[in-house]
Ligand binder design. Structure first.
Ligand code: DP6
Length: 325
C-alpha cells in the first residue's frame, strides 16, 4: 500500500498519567483513565516515498523543521523495524481544533499517525497492540486508540503497557473546555513529570493514591454514578497538581483565569449542578459534566470568557481510516 489516512480524537485523562518508570519506552508509573472527545481530532495522511527520499512532516499546511521531523522519523522507525522496510514517508497532519483554543494535542496526533502507519505498512496490528506503538510517540496517545472511557494499563513491559476500552460513555457525559490561554506551554508535560518524579516529596503519594482512584473510578463508571465519577476526577487532577507544587522548582500551571473558571464550577456545584474540574499540563480548564447540562455551564462561563474560549464536547470514537486505498 502506498497511502493511508486516519482520524484520531484527543482524550482528557480523568485519572492522570504523570511520571514515567521508563522514559525511553514510555512506561508510566501509574495506570490512567480518560474520556475521548468528539470535537477535537487530528487527521493524518501518510504516503510511502520512492527509494532515496527522506521523511517529511507537514503540520496544518506548514512544512516542519528538521528537528520536528526527526521526532516523527523516530516514531516511524518503530513501524519500519516491525515491517522490515526502509522506505521514507511523507506525513501530513491537520489538527481539527478551534483555532483560538490552543488545544492541539499530541494524543490525537500520534494515535492518528499510528493508525495510518499500521495501514500503509500492512502490519495490521489489532488496536490494543497498536496502542503500545502510539504510546512510544506520546504516553497519552495510547488512550486515543479507543472511544469513550479508556484505561491505559501500566502493564509490566513495553508489550503489555496498553489501552483497554472500558465503557462507550453513552450515558449523558460531556465536557466543557475553557481555553484560558492559547500560547505554548511553559513547561512541557514531558519535562514537568520528570521534574516531579525526581524532586517532589509528594510524588510517592501521587502514585499510590492514583492506584486507589483507578479502582474507584472504574466502579463509578460501571455503576453510572456521575457524582462519584466527577469527585474522583477532580481529586485526581488536584493531587497531580499538588505533586507538581512540591517539585523543586515548583511547577505551576494555574493562571488567574484558571482559578476564575474553577470558582465558577464550584459556585455552580453549590447551586446543585453537578460539574467537576480537571486540568492538565497547562492553564486550560476542562469541566466534566452531564452533556445535557453543558450549555448551561457554558452560559455561566461566558460571563468571564469569550464564545471562542468555551467549547462543548461529547464523548468521541476510537481511531478510524479515512480512505480505503
Ligand atoms: C497531564 O502524554 O503529553 O496530560 O508521554 O511525555 O508525551 P509524554 O507526555 P504526555 O503527558 C500527558 C500528561 C497529562 C495527563 C494525561 O493525559 O494523562
Amino acid at each position: 500500500m502506498k497511502n493511508a489516512a486516519f482520524r484520531a480524537h484527543t482524550n482528557i485523562a480523568l485519572i492522570k498519567y504523570w511520571g514515567k518508570e521508563d522514559e525511553t519506552l514510555f512506561i508510566p508509573m501509574n495506570s490512567s483513565l480518560s474520556l475521548t472527545l468528539n470535537e477535537l481530532y487530528t487527521d493524518t495522511f501518510v504516503s510511502r516515498l520512492d527509494e532515496g527520499a527522506k521523511d517529511s512532516f507537514i503540520l496544518n499546511n506548514h512544512e516542519q523543521s528538521e528537528e520536528e521531523t526527526k521526532k516523527i522519523s523516530k516514531f516511524l522507525d518503530l513501524f519500519r523495524k516491525e515491517a522490515g522496510i526502509s522506505s521514507a514517508f511523507r506525513v501530513e497532519s491537520i489538527n481539527h481544533v478551534p483555532t483560538a483554543a490552543g488545544l492541539a494535542s499530541s494524543a490525537s496526533a500520534f494515535a492518528a499517525l499510528a493508525g495510518a502507519m499500521n495501514q500503509v505498512t500492512g502490519l495490521q496490528m489489532d488496536p490494543q497492540k497498536l496502542s503500545t506503538y502510539a504510546r512510544r510517540g506520546s504516553g497519552s496517545s495510547t488512550r486515543s486508540l479507543f472511544g469513550g472511557f479508556v484505561e491505559w494499563q501500566k502493564g509490566t513491559s513495553s508489550e503489555d503497557s496498553m489501552a483497554i476500552p472500558i465503557d462507550p460513555a453513552d450515558w449523558d457525559i460531556g465536557m466543557v473546555i475553557v481555553a484560558v490561554n492559547k500560547t505554548a506551554k511553559k513547561i512541557s508535560s514531558r519535562l514537568g513529570m520528570k521534574q516531579t518524579v525526581e524532586t517532589s516529596p509528594f510524588y510517592p503519594a501521587w502514585v499510590s493514591s492514583a492506584k486507589d482512584d483507578l479502582i474507584a473510578i472504574k466502579e463509578a463508571i460501571h455503576e453510572h454514578d456521575f457524582k462519584r465519577l466527577g469527585e474522583i476526577t477532580e481529586h485526581s487532577a488536584m493531587k497531580m497538581h499538588g505533586s507538581m507544587l512540591g517539585a523543586k522548582r515548583p511547577i505551576i500551571y494555574f493562571e488567574p483565569d484558571s482559578m476564575k473558571a474553577i470558582q465558577t464550577v464550584k459556585k455552580l456545584r453549590e447551586e446543585g449542578l453537578l460539574c467537576y474540574v480537571t486540568m492538565d499540563a497547562g492553564p486550560n480548564v476542562k469541566v466534566l459534566c452531564r452533556l445535557s447540562e453543558a450549555e448551561k455551564i457554558k452560559q455561566k462561563l461566558l460571563e468571564d470568557f469569550t464564545e471562542e474560549q468555551v467549547l462543548i464536547s461529547g464523548p468521541g470514537p476510537g481511531i478510524r481510516p479515512l480512505t480505503d486505498n
